[in-house]
Design a binder for this molecule. Structure first.
Ligand code: PRP
Length: 179
């Protein structure tokens, strides 16, 4: 169990304000439903809950699980589906909902997998983006915050499964994070 108190990086209020803005933009861009929101477990669960409520377009809520082998704090490049969709997305508008885009490995894989299922369109919304860390170019249509390469937790994001329930997004002090 990690103990040191993390430092607030983005407050609950900043996060909520930005999600409202993102929801307005997405509602404008997709006037017709259903819009399939596909959240990637586990980190995106909290962002999904707030983003879905900020979107006025009728939505369908779906989940996928993705895992990267050998992943410590970085992606190894090997990705697999651990929980697939329960429904077809053929002919529908799809918005992948992520908590963070880091190397871009996960989303590159996912776009390939979902793209083969003939959606009408497919875009990405992420709360956080770390462009400095990108290994694979990936087009992200909706970004909450671009952030520097700091290890962040809270609002769904974890460190060794801790901190996901924090209301703010926080930076872990160096001493807490194992290399
Ligand atoms: C995080 C995040 C993305 C992925 C991004 O998930 O939710 O899915 O990493 O990294 P990438 O751009 O380098 O591929 P993680 O594997 O930590 O799982 P979790 O959401 O269950 O914590």
């Amino acid at each position: 169990m990690a103990s040191s108190p993390p430092r607030v990086f983005l407050s609950e209020q900043q996060i909520q304000q930005r999600i409202e803005e993102m929801g307005r933009q997405i509602s404008q861009d997709y006037p017709q439903g259903p819009l399939y929101l596909i959240a990637i477990l586990k980190g995106a669960f909290m962002f999904l809950a707030d983003l879905a409520r900020a979107i006025r377009t009728p939505t369908r809520i779906e989940f996928m699980g993705i895992s990267s082998y050998g992943k410590g704090k970085t992606s190894s490049g090997e990705v697999r589906v651990t929980k697939d969709l329960d429904v077809s997305i053929e002919g529908n508008n799809v918005l992948i909902v992520e908590d963070i885009v880091d190397s871009g490995v996960t989303l590159t894989y996912l776009l390939n997998v979902l793209g083969q299922r003939k959606p009408k369109s497919i875009r990405i919304a992420t709360l956080l983006d770390k462009p400095e860390r990108r290994l694979r170019p990936v087009e992200v249509s909706y970004v909450g915050f671009q952030i520097p390469d700091e290890f962040v937790v809270g609002f769904g994001l974890d460190y060794a499964e801790d901190y996901r329930n924090l209301r703010d997004i926080c930076v872990l002090e160096e001493s807490v994070v194992q290399p």
